[in-house]
Design a protein. Sequence first.
Lengths: 97, 185, 391
Amino acid sequence: MSSKPMDQVTWQEIEAGAILTEPGSARGYNTGDWRSQHPVWTKSRCIRCGVCWTVCPEGGISEEPGGYFDMNTYCKGCGICAKECVTGCISMVPEEE
Amino acid sequence: MIEIRFHGRGGQGAVTSVELLALAAINEGKFAQGFPSFGPERRGAPVLAFCRVDERHIRLRCKIASPDVVVVLDPSLIRIQNPPADLKADGIIVLNTPKTPEEVRREYGFKHTLALVDANRVAREVLGVPIVNTTMMGALIRATGVVKLESLELPLKERFGPLAVKNFNALKTAYEQTVIEERRS
Amino acid sequence: MAHRVGMEVSIAISHAVQMCRAEAIAAYPITPQTHIVEHLSSMVANGELDAEFVNVESEHSAISTCIGMSATGARTYTATSSQGLALMNEILYIVSALRLPIVMTVANRALSGPLSIWNDHSDIMGARDIGWIQIFVENGQEAFDHSVMAFKIAENHQVLMPTIINLDGFILSHVVEAMEFPDQELVDKFLPSYHPRFQLDPDNPVTMGAFAMPEVYTEVKMGHQMALTGAYEHILKVWKEWGDLTGRRYQPVEKYRTEGAKILLLTMGCLSEVAEVAVDEMREAGLEVGLLKLRMWRPFPFADLRNAVGSAKLLIVCDRALSLGGAAPPVLAEVRSAFYAMRGRPQTASFVIGLGGRDVTPGDFKNIVAQAQEEAQHKPTQEYHIFGVRG
């Protein structure tokens, strides 16, 4: 599909079968907009085990330099990481109003 | 076009007969259809099977309502199905029976040309089992000449493999033993 | 050299699929389609056909599996009938929307209830709007030819459209008859191996089956509609190419003894041949009757139909399905739409025939013509007739 905004695409510009030929096009969707809360890591209690990274269903956690973890722009704020954290170092904090 | 209707019971091989006949006719360069009376097949239940043979492509896709020939594999079906009810006036009844034409006419009141053979006996003697469908084809061919006897050799071989020889012998024996009596006016 | 064979039509179709070197088959057996897939299954098991045959637990799974296999770039085939087609229904729309060139044989059969295993067209008419190419055949030879041509049409990169070949259950599918088979070399030359335009491939990832927001759904549907109607010219090209190779030529609407006809019958499927016999007999009796045989059902050949009618005054449309509570049986509805805006359009009469395996004879067509002629003199009393219904 063309890179035009969706509401300007003509039928001729849509690929046969509405197939999306550009890999990773979902990167353009900033799903982080959806969250009403986000995880905050307390580094002093983090053992850098990576369980949070493993259980995140959305690829919303990235590894930082030094082996610690933090959320990225795709975190939807579901809270699974906080629930599963081995040491309990993650807490969910409401988005600011 | 010649239209032939087989009357049999589920499991007696009426459908196999019409298929083999159609294949024999097609191998001779003719056109043919062989098809069952469509439905749930049940062993022992009365069934019909149909065969059309013509020199040109056949366009009919309906049952045979007014056949040229009826072939009755099992005489007990006469009372149930009354095979000659819609047979053409100059049509032929090919019947599996040990009886003489005189006895058959007296018993059933048939007016049509008769072609009779004791297919049960032939099948028992030649095949070793009382399965009469291939045997009765011998009587049919004797009565009608719809295909040549030898045209059935290949279809029989493809269908029955090593048993084809016995089946062909039964067919040939029935062909030789069939008694034909012209219709009464 | 082509060779002449005698064979049950279902088995002939399985041979056509074999000669097309189908690579992936998923199917669930249902009367009267069974012999086709049963035979294909044994061909695969015996090593006579190098294909994946996936046994599934339902037709819903069969067509879903076909989607997956076709999406990987395999030449994919399935077959079904009646309730099986109905059970596939929600997936059928997805196949065409994804533009996967699956070929499917539908052995046309009535829908329950009451339960009927016999032939009519209610199954495919219930799937009229699934966005597939839909073709009807009249005899074993056509069933073979169109099964081969279907792959070539469907896989054309300008078309990429799943294709259904309809053949009447039992009265065609279960008949042993004479056909001509082409040589494998001819089929191979006519139908090269399938090169998908898109396929699921980890090295070149694409997304198939993404959802569409209201902003874009209409445009996607428009693309589908244009592709299906645009398939028309490619279908004709493929039919012509096959005709040049085999001498057997096919048209979207075929005319039989229409010259000077005042009355035309219109039929689909193998009853067309029965109607031909009736037309011959009526012509012999001096009646100016002809026959139109509608082969291409989707895309609907509007222009061909309008041209074929010529100067006929009365067009008698024979449907083999009902649209219960609707304005017209399915074929009549399309045909009337085709003519409504046309000046000097013919009068139409409508008869529903052969429901649920009811035998249709040449005599029935003659009675239909007589009844239609009689009624054409008066104001029609009914939108359509269910021919031969008692009571």
